[in-house]
Design a protein around this ligand. Structure first.
Ligand code: HPA
Length: 276
């Protein structure tokens, strides 16, 4: 049975307990980088080879069972070599979303656990709808900044954290060196679970947004507040509502993610050793 009591009463303590459980069970005392694999990204992890350790996340303190298709709810430890380095990556296959209605604590528990496990860099991946009409399905876009239309923060109290460089410029530059075709965009966080209306998409475009999705923003804030550097990568899985006149389906989102998984895995595998 998942222990979520501590998660809600003392979220940081829950993250420390979960990080210690990972260290004890894996016999790997610390990790360098965390990756959260969003909808359709899960099989990109095949590029990293075999996991040295794997667990159902719900066996660890504070983690909820997975709710969404395309989110396996596993956590794995991988070694990624390159650039003369051996990087230990803690990979979360799936995430909890605000639309699940469990509050913001479970949404950010993975990244808090990762930072408590030693991770200095947090890579957040997601599936998104393209508001920007120049984007194509299957294209990866680096998140340059965000607009939070949920206005839900994982922080409470007088913690006035600066978000000017939330999506690390240094990390984005490394990605763009690796793949010069990568573009950058502004991501809007939409609570869901309904997709947006065409009128809402028009509002978002007018506000200066390029991408829309139901994740990433609370995790980015929580990781940054704990001192980690954040990289956000969105995979365009569909044109946003009203752009093509087609209706949106979750299956389409998952299928576009699957189709791009090998390409996304290769990109991540090649670039990760350069991020640290
Ligand atoms: N809107 C919100 N979230 C999404 C979308 C979208 O169009 N596509 C994938 N996740």
């Amino acid at each position: 049975m998942t222990n979520t009591k501590l998660l809600y009463s003392d979220p940081l303590a829950a993250a420390i307990v979960a990080a210690n459980e990972i260290a004890d069970r894996s016999k790997i005392p610390a990790h360098d980088i965390a990756l959260v694999m969003g909808s359709g990204w899960v099989s990109a992890v095949d590029a990293f080879g075999a996991a040295e350790f794997e667990s159902n996340a719900e066996e660890l303190t504070g983690f909820l069972p997975p709710m969404v298709e395309g989110h396996s709810g596993k956590v794995g430890s991988y070694v990624i070599e390159g650039n003369g380095k051996k990087i230990r990556a803690l990979v979360f296959l799936g995430r909890t979303h605000l639309y699940e209605g469990k509050g913001v604590e479970p949404v950010v528990h993975s990244v808090r656990t990762a930072v408590m496990a030693g991770c200095k860099v947090v890579v957040l991946t997601n599936a998104c709808g393209a508001i920007n009409k120049t984007y194509k399905v299957g294209q990866a876009v680096l998140i340059r900044d965000h607009i939070s239309l949920t206005a839900v923060s994982p922080l409470s109290g007088a913690t006035f954290v600066d978000l000017t460089d939330l999506y690390s410029k240094r990390l984005r530059e490394i990605l763009k060196k690796e793949d010069a075709s990568l573009q950058e965009g502004v991501y809007v966080h939409w609570r869901g679970p309904t997709y947006e209306t065409p009128a809402e998409i028009l509002m978002m475009r007018t506000m200066g947004a390029d991408l829309v999705g139901m994740s990433t923003v609370p995790e980015a804030i929580a990781a940054h507040a704990l001192g980690a550097q954040v990289l956000g990568i969105s995979l365009v899985t569909n044109a946003a509502a009203g752009v093509t006149g087609q209706k949106l389906h979750h299956e389409e989102v998952i299928a576009a993610g699957r189709a791009a998984a090998d390409r996304m895995g290769a990109l991540l595998n090649g670039v990760i050793p350069k991020l640290l």
